[in-house]
Write a protein that binds this ligand. Structure first.
Ligand SMILES: [Fe+2]
Ligand SMILES: [Fe+2]
Length: 206
């Protein structure tokens, strides 16, 4: 592969950076396939009665069958993509990965779903099930609560007839391309970093 001329970035030329832009564009084009490969790697025992991949497929299938739009279905499919690579803050990792491709609303849902899921079980592990009430007045509170109720907390059923990953692959390819990288002037998307410390850490994988 052709390479740049420099060994430190400060010495790079316009030609060098044009070459890197070309290579990065090709990387972006491969991104949907990489995400799908990562999702396939999550087909391993998780302690639940389904694998992490099966949970994601069940989530996306329920969203699809409920008539949600394609972007929301893909968000359901990928909402736990951070489970393995970022177990301490999996919601934040998934949201960051998806952010250039999805609406501010869906970003907020994915970013906060781990905390919102706590209403179903934080009481069993020494946490506060009402931790999400901090966001009660946020415009996306109800949408996030609904997402968790309909497409997350109930998606651990080994008897549910979920669609295979192949069913969702064209949707992933469409939603994850092209990247709509946030401009530096984009308004903040809420206050995603102000969750109570450790609120999600009590169970990073739901
Ligand atoms: Fe999750
Ligand atoms: Fe989940």
């Amino acid at each position: 592969m052709k390479t740049v001329s420099f060994t430190q970035m400060s010495d790079g030329t316009a030609e060098d950076y044009a070459l890197l832009s070309e290579i990065e564009a090709a990387e972006l084009a491969r991104f949907p396939d990489r995400v799908l490969s990562w999702l396939r790697s999550m087909d391993v025992p998780s302690g639940y009665q389904v694998t992490r991949l099966e949970h994601c497929l069940q989530s996306a299938t329920r969203a699809h069958r409920a008539g949600e739009d394609e972007e929301t279905v893909v968000c359901a499919l990928l909402h736990d993509i951070g489970d393995i690579i970022a177990p301490a803050n999996h919601s934040e990792a998934a949201a960051a990965l998806l952010r250039p491709y999805i609406s501010e609303r869906n970003y907020w849902i994915v970013r906060h779903h781990g905390l919102f899921q706590g209403v179903y079980y934080f009481q069993h592990i020494g946490g506060d099930p009402d931790a999400r009430e901090e966001y009660r007045d946020h415009p996306h509170y109800q949408a996030t609560a609904d997402f968790c109720a309909r497409y997350d907390q109930n998606c651990f059923d080994p008897d549910y007839d979920w669609e295979p990953l192949e069913f969702f692959e064209p949707m992933v390819a469409r939603v994850l391309s092209p990247a709509r990288l946030p401009a530096p002037t984009d308004p903040p998307t809420g206050h995603p970093d102000s969750s109570p410390a450790g609120a999600e850490l009590v169970n990073p994988t739901a």
